[in-house]
Design a binder for this molecule. Structure first.
Ligand code: NDP
Ligand code: MG
Ligand code: MG
Length: 341
């Protein structure tokens, strides 16, 4: 059984006695900085010169400084810029300014696991990774709740790294839900696998194939959209509440029987073999290398794949339909604000 931690297992005064620099003010950055501040922690947001987030963070009452300056003053440096930007931010702005004994905190293990950041000895390296998008991390905190977090220690040079990580997890509200102990390796590899094979990659491809199959057979795209995309949320909500079993309990017997006989026809054992190959590329570092090499080259492959995804006919159908849905709160413009992680 995994080790779980709650508010009573952590001492808030540890993080509250430190100066914290949060680098980046995007999805995770804004949530961590605001939650820390509201938990009584001395926090400064570190941003690049000319950052479009500077005014926003100041308007929300936070101290803001350039990255070098924020790092130089900090006992704990929290790296919440996008994974592909972290290596150069670390080399150019963090490493040269990092105080002796200052701790480094990540929300995802990518750069440590794959060796893109290799901190000098003497620094604790810890992770507090919320298992949800930053906007939810902030919203739940304000509502008196929290998003569960994954907590790990890669290097414990102070002998206090674990207590520090738990204290930070408590300050952002994560331990109101739960903290689960893991390692940088486990978090990184399972996170990448989950998003690639199931949550993002697998689900997106499944929905696109379903939409293509129906529309190519002559059915109306709007009807296809409802059946294979819109209703997915309702199914996932049931799974979230009570597992696959609750979903099967709630749907009609017709749907449940169809699930049993057709699910394995669509998702064949070969798909599991493909998943194993995806996991292999994550573990070997091949995926990380492909992603970072493309980013370093200006992200041509990423841009091409993104454009291809956006051009899929299901997107145009969905855009038109969602304008008519009074009950869907999220506006299409919302997703320009930050990634979902
Ligand atoms: P975002 O893409 O939202 O980060 C954007 C912020 O990073 C902005 O403030 C931006 O600055 C700054 N930034 C981007 N590039 C640079 C650069 N080259 N130099 C300096 N600052 C830069 O990141 P996320 O919040 O999505 O991810 C942060 C970390 O959290 C990652 O490690 C990610 O894996 C992890 N994570 C993310 C989750 C999520 O929900 N998104 C979930 C769990 C973990 P500016 O304002 O100037 O544009
Ligand atoms: Mg139906
Ligand atoms: Mg992720």
């Amino acid at each position: 059984m995994a080790e779980l931690y709650y508010d009573d297992d952590a001492d808030l005064s540890i993080i509250a006695s430190k100066k914290v620099a949060v680098i980046g003010y995007g999805s995770q950055g804004h949530a961590h900085a605001l939650n820390l501040r509201d938990s009584g922690v001395d926090v400064t947001v570190g941003l690049r010169e000319g950052s479009r987030s500077w005014a926003k963070a100041e308007e929300q009452g936070l101290k803001v400084a350039g990255i070098d300056e924020a790092v130089a003053a900090a006992d704990v440096v929290v790296i919440l810029a996008p994974d592909q930007a972290q290596r150069s931010i670390y080399a150019e702005h963090i490493a040269p300014n990092l105080k002796d004994g200052a701790a480094l905190l990540f929300a995802h293990g990518f750069n440590i696991r794959f060796g893109y950041i290799d901190p000098a000895p003497g620094h604790d390296v810890v992770m507090v990774a919320p298992k949800g998008p930053g906007h939810l991390v902030r919203r739940e905190y304000e509502a008196g709740r929290g998003v569960p977090v994954i907590v790990a220690v890669e290097r414990d040079e102070s002998g206090q790294a674990w207590e520090l990580a738990l204290s930070y997890a408590k300050a952002i509200g994560g331990l109101r839900a739960a903290g689960i102990k893991t390692t940088f390796t486990e978090e990184t590899e399972t996170d990448l696998f989950g998003e690639q094979a199931v949550l993002c990659g697998g689900a997106s491809q499944l929905v696109q194939y379903g939409f293509e199959t129906l529309t190519e057979a002559g059915y109306q795209p709007e009807v296809a959209y409802f059946e294979v995309l819109h209703e997915l949320k309702l199914i996932v909500d049931l799974m979230y509440e009570g597992g696959i079993a609750k979903q099967r309990w709630s749907v009609s017997d017709t749907a449940e029987y169809g699930d049993y006989v057709s699910g394995p026809r669509v998702i064949t054992p070969e798909v599991k073999e493909n998943m194993k190959a995806v996991l292999g590329d994550i573990q070997s570092g091949a995926f990380a290398e492909r992603f970072i090499n493309d980013q370093d080259a200006g992200a041509p492959e990423f841009a091409e794949l993104r454009a291809k995804g956006e051009a899929h006919p299901i997107e145009a159908t969905g855009r038109e339909l969602r304008k008519l849905f009074a009950w869907v709160e999220t506006k299409d413009s919302d997703y320009t604000e930050g990634s979902a992680g």
